[in-house]
Design a protein around this ligand. Sequence first.
Ligand code: PEP
Length: 245
Amino acid sequence: MKKIFVANFKMNKTNPEVLDYIQELNNHLPESLSSDVCLCLPYTSLCLGKFLDERIAVGAQNMHEEDFGPFTGEISADMLCCLGVKYVIIGHSERRKYFNETNEKINKKIKTALRHGLKVVLCVGETKVQRNSKRTTEILSQQIESALSGIFENELKGIIIAYEPVWAIGTGKVASSEDIEEAVKTIRKLISSHYSKQAAQDQKILYGGSLTSGTAKSILKIDGICGALVGGASLDPNEFIKIIS
Ligand code: PEP
């Protein structure tokens, strides 16, 4: 299976900085790039995606669930599509935590994104407290079952699930191989019981949480991991190139 790497810039980089980044990335991309790569830029920089090497897709970090209307400050799926956006991150833990995104809202966003042909990167993962109280499986089940409620099996090909333990995001703490493997198994089991064995086997699952070029190799070797969602380490184009190469 082709590996997938998704960069999440979060609220970083002005347009001049993004242009410098794109130039550096384009100039140093390996000729033999064999993975799917996507940069999830801030909304204000999505229009610069057209300057990216054609092998790199553009993604957004969020979108609104409604198609249009009186939602001041929000961005719709159509607006993203018009800018050539192909991927959208939905349910990132920072949006769940700081913007009160519920599982129900995430489900609506996924349905809207799929209806517009956007590929969804659905983020799931437990907090430290939840892990310590042995609730990881329960939390993953809740998040995945509600996110995928009403989604048909044939639509799963448009959804990539990113397992991102909240305590590993931006902390420098990477989850252990055993913890990642266990979470991946839980996710596949859920997909298998709600859809089919084939759907579980085909489901693309990424790891996210303090991944760097130093840890990428061993994480990408974990059974069932198809790639990575990279935050902090993606902000340096040369570090990101090392990760995707
Ligand atoms: C993220 O925010 O999705 C993420 C993985 O961040 P970081 O790599 O900085 O932990």
